[in-house]
Design a protein around this ligand. Structure first.
Ligand SMILES: [Zn+2]
Length: 453
């Protein structure tokens, strides 16, 4: 599980990460004995996240054996960057919270909390990953037209058309106008993550798993992982309802993201292959979309390298450009998102029972989400090109789904228990499995925690 997620970080080529890995190799030291009657001092982060060029940190420490001031240090990539002496606790052994901001170099960092002082025994007690804000470059025309989205009380994501006092006029998934006075307004997102299909459009069907549900599980994980790094991200749909392609693109346009990623799992191939038949599609005439797709493809195939399956593929494996006869993009995700780098990912073939069996495992769902996040970080922080496998081709055949015909809007305001029942049941199981897996899953981006001594 570690190897696939470790590889992308090494390619980031950031010296700071090497420092952290070197620190991780330091031999463990046993903390001095603490009075057994009250227990060891403790501490943990409540929050570690990038804010612009700095990392915001807050947490709580507690020494049950003392009423004196508490001494802690913040380490970034194995080096102590800040020492905090907290105020005297309110009472004997009471917990004390701290908040601070540390300036860092741009990039992905490992932030650790170390307890200092004799009674603390110089122990590193918690480590988290954070990235400072990657450089942002958004097409000025996209930024100028971005109006934000309203996430309605039922979780439906709707592009905002206009605001009048407390009333938001929004575009519904099926393309109607509606006026709402409740919901959460989201003005911008660095990444828009599209969970492909939904509602009556199931996408590819595998043994014991349906594409629309798997897409949502992975997309939710990607959003969660990006936000834990301090990078804002927004889903295009949050449960099992239908969203035409044009609406998905309108949501992206409303949020002016750095990148728009549509998560899919493939169907149809039968040709046996020595490697996964992963496909990633980029947008015509957009070098940053192409670069993102090439990096994404490379990361995905690398991530699957530790797993075996009876892989299948077509001649379209790789990072490809798929055009219509007219010469423009076949996929509406690209065609309706001018000025926004967009990519479509097809991690594995869900229609292949052997690959569907892999994707039923929570470990693989986590792996895919980690891989998408790692690829995005590499896209932001490097100018690498990624894999050259893939091709440009004209193929106008399409599934014929994704349009507005027969589209029925989900409830926007009042939750219908029936409407959400199916997706809730499908996702509950995955969520339970993820929670269990997370307890066992080590750090996302580094093989081991640095300097836990
Ligand atoms: Zn699909």
């Amino acid at each position: 599980m570690n190897r696939p997620t470790l590889a992308p970080v090494h390619r980031l080529g950031l010296a700071i990460l090497c420092l952290a890995v070197m620190a991780a190799a330091a031999p463990a030291r046993t903390a001095p004995a603490i009075g057994p009657w009250l227990g060891a001092p403790r501490g943990s982060f409540d929050l570690v996240r990038g804010v612009g060029d700095a990392i915001e940190v807050s947490g709580t420490v507690r020494d049950p054996d003392s009423a004196s001031a508490l001494d802690v240090a913040i380490l970034v990539d194995g080096e102590r960057v800040q020492r905090l002496t907290t105020d005297r606790p309110g009472g004997f052994g009471e917990p004390v919270s701290f908040t601070t901001t540390v300036a860092t170099d741009p990039g992905l960092h490992r932030v650790c909390l170390r307890l200092l002082g004799d009674s603390f025994g110089h122990r590193t007690v918690d480590c988290r990953d954070a990235t400072t804000a990657p450089p942002r470059s958004v097409d000025p025309a996209v930024e100028a037209n971005a109006t934000g989205v309203l996430v309605t009380p039922t979780g439906v994501v709707a592009p905002v058309l206009g605001v009048d006092g407390n009333d938001y006029t929004v575009l519904t998934p099926c393309g109607a106008e509606a006026t709402l006075s409740e919901g959460t307004f989201v003005e911008r997102a660095r990444v828009v993550i599209d969970a492909g299909h939904g509602g009556s459009e199931s996408g590819a069907v595998g043994v014991g798993i349906t594409e629309k549900n798997l897409n949502l599980v992975v997309a939710e994980l990607v959003v969660e992982k990006l936000e834990s790094l301090g990078i804002s991200a927004q889903l295009t749909r949050t449960w099992d309802y239908r969203v035409p392609i044009k609406t998905r693109a309108d949501i992206a346009a409303a949020l002016a993201p750095d990148i728009f990623v549509s998560v899919h799992h493939n169907g149809g191939a039968r040709r046996a292959s020595v490697r996964p038949g992963t496909e990633v599609f980029y947008a015509e005439g957009m070098p940053e979309s192409e670069r993102a797709a090439r990096i994404m493809y490379e990361e995905m195939v690398d991530a699957l390298d530790d797993y075996s399956a009876n892989w299948v593929s077509t001649v379209n494996e790789g990072a490809s450009l798929r055009l219509r006869e007219e010469g423009d993009d076949l996929y509406g995700i690209h065609r309706y998102s001018p000025g926004i780098p967009s990519i479509i990912t097809e991690f594995v073939y869900l229609s292949n029972p052997s690959e569907a069996a892999l994707m039923r495992q929570v470990e693989l769902q986590e792996l895919e989400a980690d891989t998408i996040v790692s690829a995005l970080l590499r896209w932001w922080w490097t100018d690498e090109d990624g894999s050259s496998r893939g091709r440009q081709f004209v193929d106008s055949s399409s599934s014929g789904t994704g349009g507005f015909d027969g589209c029925a809007d989900p409830p926007l305001v009042v939750n219908s228990p029936l409407a959400r029942r199916e997706s809730t049941l499908a996702l509950q199981q995955a969520e339970l499995g993820r929670q269990a897996a997370r307890a066992l899953t080590p750090a996302l981006f580094l093989a081991t925690d640095p300097a836990v001594d």
